[in-house]
Design a protein around this ligand. Structure first.
Ligand SMILES: *Cc1c(COP(=O)(O)O)cnc(C)c1O
Length: 462
């Protein structure tokens, strides 16, 4: 299995190298050259299997031969062993034919643990085998950073630096990044917004001297290994509700387009998915684009669902690559236009997007109403991101097809917004109840590439 860049200007790599590299050297994203197919018989045979066994069967065709079969099984088992629910990704029912897929039973209470815990184990195995050490730098709107730190803290071959927008992450998110005591963990509070952090990270990857000096590796949502890990729960949940005999639909609260892109891959592998619904908050560039208004970047409007406060959605490039018939030159041109504010999508590409995705956006008031109405009607306390998903799912779903809305974080990760909307204070799970008492450690830093690169070089030299 080979991975190629969406900009067609970087060498094809195997799974392990694509994962360790993150962003391709031409600025593109790695995608599999071909999508492995899973037959209906193979999907039917997943019924009743453990999460880990299904994960093995779904991901194995993408991995190639750098990891042995037994080694890969062990990696999966270690990755999900720290989750506090035996099903890993349990389904609960909200209303007739509408289900919630709870993706918040990992160590940092958000779905990003599914990908990051796996990536941590894959990196540990690959780097140990190669005798290499890397520097992982991430940009986060809150959840990626805490998940990355949790996955890499204390590992031998890795230093992990996380840039987050100062003052724009929730207190729980911040504390999850600033309280780990391991010396290979570094939280950087950047004076800027998430798009600034993401742009700094891109610039760092394009600074080849720095990239090679510190052996930079990326685990942001553009990392193919992360997308792959997220494909699994589309299979486990669909199979629980009767796939492949009965198609299901998914609604996905979306920011960087990573999670929903994993659903698109699941469908391309052969999982019968009726609708794939993109749900955005007021930062609705993806909804505008899919509804034919072009991809034009606005100012980020901070919201109560901050992990989706994104205007430049990095994984969207992957679906554009397919929408433009895998023409890397066309993608390069779009990304050039993006530097000056945006682009319009060709008629053919728009048709492709609309064949594959439905979309809608939700206002702040609608998000709060969704939290309080869901609590009243089903007893479920939603985080604000999941509430965005539930509202869009209710508006867009076909009542005859089971709809699965992805619950992307635990409500206790966003207690202020949940309490304001519902009057209920969501408690942290007992294993983290002392989070507010642990001392914090962070470096506040300007949104200045040279300053951040110097800081990183200084820290890893220690
Ligand atoms: C990251 C995140 C999202 C958005 O996911 P993408 O893969 O970036 O689209 C939604 N909700 C929560 C809680 C998140 O952490």
């Amino acid at each position: 299995m080979k991975y190629i860049s969406t900009r067609s200007g970087a060498p094809a790599l195997n799974f392990e190298d694509a994962m360790l590299t993150g962003l391709a050297r031409d600025g593109g994203l790695y995608v599999p050259e071909t999508i492995p197919q899973i037959s209906h018989a193979e999907i039917a045979a997943m019924s009743g299997l453990s999460y880990e066994e299904t994960a093995y069967r779904v991901m194995r065709p993408f991995i190639g031969d750098t990891f042995s079969d037994d080694g890969f099984r062990d990696i999966i088992n270690r990755a999900y062993g720290g989750f506090d629910h035996a099903a890993r990704a349990p389904l609960v029912q909200l209303e007739s034919n509408h289900f919630l897929l709870e993706l918040f039973h990992g160590p940092t209470l958000a779905f990003k643990d599914f990908a990051m815990q796996l990536i941590g184990q894959l990196f540990q195995d690959a780097l140990g085998r190669r005798g290499e050490r890397v520097t992982i730098v991430g940009a986060t709107s809150g959840d990626t950073g805490s998940a990355a730190i949790e996955a890499f803290r204390g590992l031998d071959n890795v230093d992990v630096f996380v840039m987050y927008p100062h003052g724009r992450v929730s207190e729980v998110q911040r504390r999850q990044m600033t309280t780990p005591t391991e010396s290979n963990v570094h939280a950087l509070a950047v004076d800027g917004d998430f798009d600034d952090c993401q742009a700094l990270l891109k610039d760092m990857f394009n600074d080849f001297e720095f990239r090679d000096t510190v052996k930079l590796a990326g685990v942001n949502s553009i990392n193919w290994g992360r997308v792959l890990a997220q494909v699994v729960y589309y299979f486990t949940s669909a199979v629980s509700l009767g796939a492949p005999h009965r198609p299901v639909s998914f609604t996905v609260p979306t920011g960087n387009f990573g999670d929903i892109f994993a659903g698109y891959i699941a469908r391309r592998m052969g999982l019968p998915i009726e609708q794939l619904v993109v749900a955005t908050n007021q930062n609705d560039i993806l909804h505008r684009c899919i509804s034919g208004q072009g991809y034009h970047v606005g100012e980020v409007q901070p919201s109560i669902s901050p992990s989706m406060d994104i205007q430049v959605s990095s994984n969207f490039e992957r679906v554009l690559f397919d929408a433009y018939d895998r023409d890397g030159k066309a993608v390069v041109q779009l990304m050039d236009e993006l530097k000056t504010g945006g682009f319009t999508v060709s008629q053919g590409a728009l048709q492709y997007l609309q064949q594959n995705f439905v979309s809608d956006r939700v206002s702040e008031d609608q998000t709060r109403a969704s939290m309080s109405e869901t609590l009243k009607s089903s007893g479920e306390l939603l985080c604000p991101h999941s509430a965005v998903g539930v509202k869009v799912a209710q508006d867009k779903r076909d009542p005859n097809v089971p709809m699965i809305t992805l619950a992307t974080a635990h409500p206790a990760k966003f207690p202020a917004a949940v309490q304001e909307a519902t009057g209920v204070h969501p408690p942290l799970p007992p294993r983290m109840s002392d989070l507010y008492d642990r001392p914090e450690r962070l470096t506040r830093i300007a949104k200045d590439l040279a300053a951040i690169e110097d800081h990183i070089k200084g820290q890893i030299a220690k």
